[in-house]
Write a protein that binds this ligand. Structure first.
Ligand code: FE
Length: 337
């Protein structure tokens, strides 16, 4: 009898605790999935928590796996916010119905239109310029003009590129399709391939090291990699050149964010996103990686300012997503590996 009672007691306790777990309210913390790396993003979370008391939990991974994870988790996803380092990735997440439209006068005032989704599902938080870098010893700035001109014969055996697998190059070529059309872009990319000094590199830093080593004279990089090299190595025989797309501007991409469709704490997530668009957070977000603040009201880091000013392409960065698949096929046809 007593055995039976204790068994019943145990069952009741188990039922109760199961019930308690089931009824437990969602924790108040914000959950963020980020492909921007921890070292750059955690200081932002820490600052926000210190200012507001809002706890933040985060997961970092590449955008692809994070987007798949969001899709697989569906309505049960704990994630409130997705942060990526490429407009194309945000575009894909939005296309798959994983991000919700926001109405936010704050975000609309702080973030220029071309750096956010026309439907309000994602917003750029920093600008990443992808432009020409050249040897100061073997190239004069007067010899340079556009991304397109790097396909000219005078650069035969003198060009270094990062691999076409990089989403940065996929977005660049997508924007070139938007600017030049597919046919002309294919000719340009074929010209680049013909001009390559060596196999494409795994990253922008290796590319710049190859220019310094004399393996090639010119390449295309995100400016913050140039900034890191300059910061770490001091005086390097390299310089940035503000390249032009067909519309006259430099190709820019974004690191940005959107609130998930299934966000359990959408209102809190929106507050955080709006906070990220305000001056102090903008300076910190961009400054940590030597990028440009998305908000035109905020000054870049002094090192970034020292590279001079440029005009950015007017094309909306959403084009990077819309035309990314076409860009990948085009680079494949052109033999760009
Ligand atoms: Fe990067």
């Amino acid at each position: 009898m007593s055995q039976c009672l204790s068994a019943m007691y145990l069952a009741v306790v188990m039922l109760l605790s199961a019930g308690l777990v089931g009824c437990q309210r969602a924790p108040s913390e914000l959950v963020i999935y980020s492909s921007r790396n921890e070292q750059l993003i955690k200081p932002m979370f820490d600052r926000y928590t210190a200012e507001t008391g809002q706890a933040i939990r985060f997961v970092t991974d590449d955008a692809g796996p994070l987007i798949e994870r969001l899709a697989a988790e569906g309505q049960n996803s704990p994630a409130d916010l997705l942060i990526t380092v490429d407009a194309g990735d945000l575009w894909h997440a939005a296309e798959r119905g994983l991000l919700r439209s926001l109405e936010s006068p704050t975000l609309e005032a702080n973030i220029p239109e071309r750096l956010r989704d026309p439907a309000g599902r994602w917003f750029g938080l920093s600008v990443r310029a992808r432009t020409i870098v050249h040897s100061t010893q073997r190239v004069k700035p007067e010899e340079l003009s556009s991304y397109e001109a790097l396909s000219e014969e005078k650069w035969r055996g003198r060009l270094c590129l990062r691999t076409s697998k990089s989403v940065y190059n996929q977005s660049l070529v997508a924007m070139m399709i938007a600017a030049h059309g597919e046919q002309q872009t294919e000719q340009i990319v074929k010209g680049w391939v013909a001009n390559l000094a060596t196999e494409p590199f795994a990253n922008d830093t290796r590319l710049m090291e190859a220019i310094i080593a004399g393996q090639c004279d010119v390449g295309i990089v995100n400016t913050y990699y140039f900034g890191r090299l300059q910061r770490d190595e001091g005086d390097i025989p390299l310089k940035l050149f503000w390249a032009q797309l067909a519309d006259g501007g430099v190709h820019v991409n974004i690191s940005g964010a959107g609130i998930t469709t299934s966000a359990p704490r959408a209102a809190e997530a929106q507050k955080f996103l709006e906070w990220l668009s305000e001056p102090e957070a903008q300076a910190m977000f961009a400054g940590a990686n030597l990028e440009y603040p998305a908000s035109p009201a905020v000054k870049a880091d002094p090192r970034v300012v020292s590279w001079g000013t440029f005009r950015a392409s007017e094309l909306n960065v959403a084009k990077a997503g819309e035309l990314q698949a076409a860009a990948v096929r085009l680079m494949d046809r052109a033999g760009y590996r």
